[in-house]
Design a binder for this molecule. Structure first.
Ligand SMILES: [Zn+2]
Length: 81
């Protein structure tokens, strides 16, 4: 995984939540267009976040999935160095 991939994956969560600056959004978008593996990770995380939101209104989802999704959604990258 190259530097761009690592940086993109780190930014994905904030990208999906629209918390990035416009410049960072552009960088992530450009990378996702060029890099199918990262695009797959993006699709996966976006789907997970959709599930989390849906679960706010329903108790149907199994607790284990809910806990796992919450962990994914809140995972923060460690600061470099
Ligand atoms: Zn990539």
């Amino acid at each position: 995984m190259g530097d761009h991939c690592e940086q993109t994956i780190r930014n994905l969560s904030r990208y999906i939540d629209r918390e990035l600056t416009e410049a960072d959004v552009r960088k992530v978008k450009a990378h996702l267009d060029d890099c199918p593996p990262c695009d797959e990770v993006f699709e996966f995380q976006a789907e997970m976040k959709r599930l989390v939101r849906k679960e706010c209104c329903t108790d149907d989802a199994p607790a284990r999935l809910r806990a796992w999704v919450r962990q994914l959604a809140t995972e923060k990258p460690k600061p470099a160095g």
